[in-house]
Design a protein around this ligand. Structure first.
Ligand SMILES: *[C@@H]1O[C@H](CO)[C@@H](O)[C@H](O)[C@H]1NC(C)=O
Ligand SMILES: *[C@@H]1O[C@H](CO)[C@@H](O)[C@H](O)[C@H]1NC(C)=O
Ligand SMILES: *[C@@H]1O[C@H](CO)[C@@H](O)[C@H](O)[C@H]1NC(C)=O
Ligand SMILES: *[C@@H]1O[C@H](CO)[C@@H](O)[C@H](O)[C@H]1NC(C)=O
Ligand SMILES: *[C@@H]1O[C@H](CO)[C@@H](O)[C@H](O)[C@H]1NC(C)=O
Ligand SMILES: *[C@@H]1O[C@H](CO)[C@@H](O)[C@H](O)[C@H]1NC(C)=O
Length: 816
């Protein structure tokens, strides 16, 4: 462990040295991020309801919905299941209390090994399967995990060369005049070069034979090292791995543990002393699906979870050809394209830019001392159990002593906020303001213009105010998301879950003025039960510097990565929004939520990041606008050069959602607050002016008895309803969703919530930007490529007084 410690220190040291030398105007190196993987042409999302009937399944509404889901899967997979091919129900499946929908997640097992991209999500309500997404492997299972002679066969060959050719016709997309070039695009550009030289990531200087020489035993270390050569942002680390391959293999040590997916046990290896990582790498064997000759085949891979200073990768590397990376997802998401050049002891007070003030150009700070949301944060923002408190981990406490600790700093159950000037990974002991017994977090913020060499010190001078702001915004976002259903069982971020389910010890680590970069922000989302990490940077775009922590839109965008990643494909699967359209929507939801939160009853267009970037119009290609001459984005825009990075794709998605939400606002009006009412003494939430009066419905049990059930609470206004449908849609959609699937999930979320009364408003919004029912994509690529066709029509049911001219026009193929 000691040498591991030294390794991580050395790497962090390099990073901070680099930062220290950067003059405000110097071009910064980009954070590197990789993301790609095979597409699944066979994957589907079906949102037509299914009635599940089976012997042994009680036809009663109180039948366990997980039994319904499991029965459905058994029926649905009749052709797939065999002695060697089965599935497990994942433990992160849950029932959404608000909607009554059970979200069940299944993982495919073949030959006792997980198919890491074999995902099934089944949404069940009142014993009906509302929808399901399926990316299981449907072909014949291999007879053993790694077949004799498998290294001679070359299914990767086809996949890798196709990947390469798809990339090659788009590399110019990364050049051009785009101001907002995402770090991952820069990473991909490198990757393109590497791919060009050799299939699927083998770098020219990697001696393939060297890797194979060390691959005699059934070991994953050569594969991991090969991956690290691509993953490391440091050329010297890569060179060192290449030159000292054997030494590194010898230094790496393994420990083992057992992990469970449902009741399926897998051996997990922890590999220590891996260059450029900050924690031992988790490794396990799995299958992944790759195309071969028009079919899909299973390929054995090592699945690695690699935590590095700036990335947290989930990578699949071929077992038989360990120099080939088959898929990689970065759990870290950059906010932005970097721009070139109760138990509570006391009511706290925060001197902050209040909620709704997007940034310092929009308003002044005020004293905020409202109570935290009683449902979302029952013990407030500054209290957490000693046993979940990282500052007390390993500290033995007297039996019978207090369970909860009250803090006077920006340290609580949802968020740990602090400076991170060093840009390192350590955070527990970083500086955070201490407001003392008064809990009055009131600190000066009055930055002045300085000589450029003093600009950083000037910003550090108001660290108390900025950490306070980050803590405040992040906690409010926690509470807001919670009230729309991002709760413990669905995988939210809290140290302690109050016995309400879900995995614990995963509050957000929020780094203010993080020294690892400028002019950006990022968020790492590991699976439920591990802390999310938000890094906010200073922006050297003006003098005095602008501090991203003070721009709420940036903070909200980041935290929304945690929301969308945990909700899509289930809390324990962080690999569902990796690249292409899925990864793009991961960005888009953040922009949409940030923009919706800052909007007011009087419609206005909004940019993203305008203040921090000190750039009129902000950091996206367009401001968000209903006006097509101001923001012309449509679904087809994704075909354009420059639209294969996640931020550009996300911008299109956010624009579409913005248009959709305005349709709902036009119909239902606007709520001045997005925060639902506080609960009454007896715990019930009053409808107030926020929700419609609660409705009920009845179901008949097997014995003929009538059961009355409450319908979900429905936000009354267009903006709050839009947020609710978007978040509920995330829970319904499958892993690796496309725009179509996310759209269909939102339409289905409305079906569940309101019986579909907004069906036509939603479709009108989607169609207005080309995402009508007949929109198409042909030849989708792992990068979100392909050729798209817009559809500006709405479903027939929504065409007012328009009689179809010929029967061809009558389309009934979207039954929701
Ligand atoms: C925290 O504050 C609560 C409410 O004032 C109090 O009951 C509890 O004893 C405090 N905990 C500790 C460890 O002081
Ligand atoms: C902040 O307050 C000052 C003086 O009270 C006022 O002049 C200024 O316009 C305010 N700034 C914003 C952005 O509202
Ligand atoms: C907090 O402190 C500020 C001065 O820094 C003061 O103006 C304000 O009244 C205090 N608020 C409370 C609730 O104590
Ligand atoms: C932050 O606040 C503390 C008091 O809580 C004060 O001692 C310290 O000087 C402040 N730091 C800065 C940089 O102003
Ligand atoms: C909206 O505009 C009206 C009329 O200009 C104004 O009276 C009102 O204060 C504005 N509301 C908001 C929330 O900005
Ligand atoms: C809770 O209290 C409210 C107001 O007193 C009442 O209308 C409601 O029926 C109560 N709900 C329950 C479940 O007791």
């Amino acid at each position: 462990m000691r040498s591991f410690f030294l390794t991580s220190l050395a790497v962090a040291g390099l990073a901070s040295a680099a930062v220290a030398h950067i003059a405000p105007d110097a071009e910064r190196p980009y954070r590197k991020s990789l993301g790609f993987g095979p597409v699944h042409p066979h994957a589907v999302f079906r949102s037509a309801p299914y009635q599940v009937q089976a012997a042994g399944l009680r036809a009663s509404p109180d039948v366990d919905p997980l039994d319904v889901a499991t029965t459905f899967v058994v029926n649905h997979l009749r052709d797939v299941l065999s002695e060697t091919s089965s599935f497990v129900l994942r433990e992160d499946s849950y029932t959404d209390e608000a909607t009554g929908v059970t979200h069940a997640y299944f993982r495919q097992i073949v030959n006792g090994v997980e198919v890491i991209d074999g995902d099934l999500n089944v949404n069940v309500k009142d014993r009906v399967v509302l929808s399901y997404g399926d990316s299981f492997f449907h072909g014949p299972a291999p007879t053993v995990v790694v077949e004799e002679g498998a290294s001679e066969r070359d299914p990767h060959g086809e996949y890798c060369s196709r990947l390469e050719s798809q990339l090659l016709f788009r590399p110019e997309a990364t050049r051009g005049e785009q101001v907002a070039l995402h770090a991952s695009e820069a990473g991909n550009a490198e990757l393109i070069q590497a791919l060009h030289q050799s299939n699927c990531g083998s770098r020219s200087f990697v001696a393939e034979s060297a890797i194979h020489t060390h691959n005699d035993e059934f070991t994953n270390k050569p594969a991991l090292l090969a991956f690290m050569m691509h993953a490391t942002p440091s050329e010297s680390v890569a060179q060192d791995i290449n030159a000292n391959f054997r030494k590194h293999i010898v230094r790496m040590r393994s420990t083992f543990d057992t992990a469970y997916t449902g009741d399926h046990a897998t051996t997990v290896e922890y590999i220590h002393n891996v260059p450029d990582t900050v924690n031992p790498v988790k490794a396990r064997i799995g299958y992944i699906q790759v195309p071969e000759g028009g079919k899909t085949v299973l390929l054995p891979v090592w699945k690695f979870e690699v935590e590095m200073a700036d990335n947290w990768y989930e990578a699949a590397v071929s077992v038989t050809k360990p120099h080939r990376i088959i898929s990689v997802v970065d759990w870290a998401s950059d906010a932005y394209a970097p721009i070139r050049r109760e138990q509570e002891s006391k009511q706290p007070t925060y001197h902050v830019f209040p909620w709704g003030v997007n940034d310092p150009s929009e308003g002044n700070r005020t004293f905020w001392n409202a109570k935290p949301d009683a449902i979302a944060s029952p013990v407030g923002w500054h209290t957490l159990p000693f046993e979940n408190d990282p500052q007390y981990f390993g500290v033995r406490r007297k039996a019978g002593s207090e369970k909860f600790r009250n803090t006077t700093t920006t340290w609580g159950n949802n968020v740990f906020a602090h400076e991170n000037w060093e840009g390192r990974n350590a955070w527990v002991d970083n500086y955070r303001p201490d407001a003392g017994a008064s809990l009055n977090f009131s600190y000066a913020y009055d930055p002045r213009e300085t000589g450029s060499e003093d600009a950083l010190a000037e910003a550090k001078g108001y660290i108390n105010a900025t950490v306070t702001q980050l803590f405040y915004t992040s906690n409010l976002v926690h509470d807001l998301f919670y009230r729309y259903g991002f709760d413990e069982v669905s995988g939210n971020f809290q140290q302690h879950n109050f016995g309400r389910g879900g995995a614990e010890n995963d509050a957000v680590i929020a780094n203010a003025q993080d020294g690892s970069g400028y002019n950006n922000a990022n968020f790492m989302t590991p699976p439920d039960g591990q802390n999310g990490r938000c890094r906010m940077y200073l922006w050297n775009t003006a003098n005095p510097y602008r501090d991203g922590d003070l721009e709420a839109g940036i903070v909200i965008h980041e935290l929304a990565h945690g929301l969308s990643t945990r909700l899509t494909g289930g809390p324990a699967n962080s690999g569902c929004l990796g690249w292409g359209e899925s990864g793009g929507m991961g960005e888009g939801w953040g922009d949409f939520l940030a923009t919706t939160i800052r909007s007011t009853a009087n419609y206005s267009d909004y940019p993203m990041g305008e203040w921090a970037a000190n750039r009129v119009g902000g950091i996206r290609n367009y401001v968000y606008s209903l006006d097509e001459t101001i923001n012309p984005s449509t679904y087809k825009t994704l075909d354009k050069p420059g639209y294969w990075g996640v931020h550009a794709i996300g911008e299109v998605w956010a624009e579409i959602l913005w248009v959709v939400s305005q349709k709902l606002i036009a119909k239902h009006g606007y709520s001045d607050t997005l925060f639902p009412p506080q609960p009454l003494e007896n715990g019930t939430v009053p409808a107030g002016d926020f929700y419609r009066p609660r409705e009920h419905y009845t179901l008949t049990t097997a014995s003929g008895a009538q059961v009355t059930k409450a319908k979900p609470l429905v936000p009354k206004h267009g903006n709050s309803l839009a947020v609710q449908l978007v978040i509920n849609g995330m829970k319904l959609q499958p892993c690796r969703p496309s725009f179509f699937e996310a759209r269909d999930a939102i339409v289905q979320a409305d079906q569940v919530l309101t019986s579909g009364e907004n069906f036509c408003e939603l479709w009108k919004g989607f169609s207005e930007r080309g995402l009508g029912p007949d929109a198409r994509v042909d030849g989708r690529t792992p990068w979100g490529g392909g050729v798209r066709t817009n559809d500006y029509e709405v479903p027939l049911a929504c065409k007012e007084e328009k009689i179809p001219e010929d029967p061809e026009d009558v389309k009934l193929d979207f039954i929701i």
